[in-house]
Write a protein that binds this ligand. Structure first.
Ligand code: BJW
Length: 239
């Protein structure tokens, strides 16, 4: 089943890869639309990942991100992350890696120049435009930390619903999609835009890698029903 796609990989001059939460599932990071567990079981991630949710209850949303940060700090990149990084090392300039993930696992696996469309969960930024008082002193400790003078809050430097994506990263991702011979779409439900739209603007063949149906299956020339950590090494490693 993977042999034709292996041929496409071998022949492609430019490969774009779009990854989503399923990429990190085998590292132990729950996907975004998995049911939550424990204290968080009554919340939907979609309802926490927004500015409105943060402004309504900064402490609760901050704690959700702290829990995820601690969990991500304990996991390791999996064989799929490593296969992508190794391919990039063997073939400099041939592969553009675009991720919706905020977990930093591609970067930890050694991938360079990752286009992180939704930011990085390890970083913070000010909620409101920082004033001189915010930047002239360290944020006061707290959950979340805040400016001791004006009360501006720190928030995770991720892209929430209704927020614009980092312009340079999105432009570079669109250019990679428009100029690829092959796009691998790995572990994403394909419901969140503009990231999902990249698969629909690919100039080359599109291959979806996902154990379950996704909203991007109809854009694919081939759908491989399997997991990222199993299939990416099979597709990308040399014989
Ligand atoms: C495996 C596996 C294994 C399991 N191996 N696979 C066009 C149409 C409709 C709506 C819009 C549109 N354009 C924009 C919108 C609005 C909105 C949107 O898309 N809404 C839809 C949900 C309806 N988009 C936005 O708001 C974006 N901003 C924007 O468009 O700005 C312009 C604008 C501004 C103002 C007004 C209007 C427009 C921003 C989107 C930001 C998304 N942010 C999040 C949170 C990040 C922070 C955090 O982590 O807390 O990003 S939401 C969440 O979804 C997260 C993810 O990156 C993203 C995508 O999820 P993903 O990765 O696909 O995960 P899952 O869980 O959905 O799927 C996992 C998949 O893995 C499944 O398919 C499994 O089967 C599979 N899987 N194990 C391989 N082992």
């Amino acid at each position: 089943m993977t042999q034709p796609v292996r041929e496409w990989v071998r022949a492609a001059r430019r490969i774009a890869v779009l990854t989503g939460a399923g990429m990190s599932a085998e590292s132990g990071v729950p996907t975004f639309r998995d049911a939550q567990t424990g204290l968080w079981a009554k919340y939907r991630p979609e309802d926490l990942a927004s500015e409105d949710a943060f402004r309504a209850d900064p402490g609760m949303v901050w704690e959700w991100y702290q829990m995820r940060r601690q969990m991500i700090a304990k996991v390791e990149p999996n064989a799929g992350h490593r296969a992508l990084a190794a391919f990039e090392r063997r073939h400099p300039g041939r592969l553009t890696l675009v991720t919706q993930n905020v977990d930093g696992l591609h970067q930890r696996a050694g991938s360079q120049g990752v286009l992180a469309l939704h930011g990085n969960i390890a970083d913070d930024k000010w909620l409101d435009e920082p004033r001189d008082c915010c930047v002239s002193q360290a944020a006061a400790r707290g959950r979340p930390p805040r400016c001791a003078t004006c009360g501006n809050l720190m928030r995770p430097a991720v892209v929430w619903f209704g927020e614009t994506l980092p312009v340079a990263a999105l432009r570079a991702a669109e250019a990679a999609a428009a100029d690829c011979d092959l796009m691998l779409v790995v572990g994403t439900s394909g419901v969140v835009y503009p990231a999902a739209g990249l698969a629909r603007m690919a100039s080359g063949r599109v291959v979806v890698i996902n154990p379950q149906p996704s909203d991007l299956d109809d854009a694919a020339h081939e759908v491989l029903r399997g997991t990222a950590a199993t299939l990416l090494p099979q597709l990308l490693e040399e014989e």
